[in-house]
Design a protein. Sequence first.
Length: 85
Amino acid sequence: MANHKSAEKRARQSEKRNTRNRLAKGQMKGVTKKFRSLLDENKVEEAKKVLPEVYSVIDKTEKKGVIHAKTAARCKSRLAKKIKG
């Protein structure tokens, strides 16, 4: 456990950020999973309608700094490739 005032503050901040990052990443994974399940059920038209929402969530997650920019681009690229394939 932290002994200095500044170290205690850093621990609190780290805990808050960890919670916020996990929520953002979980939301991103959930939307992606929903999209993939639509494709698995051969509901391509519905998946195409959901795709902009998925992109939006991925972009927001990237903007918050939870995931790297190239990771976000790779995720979006793979989803686009799945819908075309």
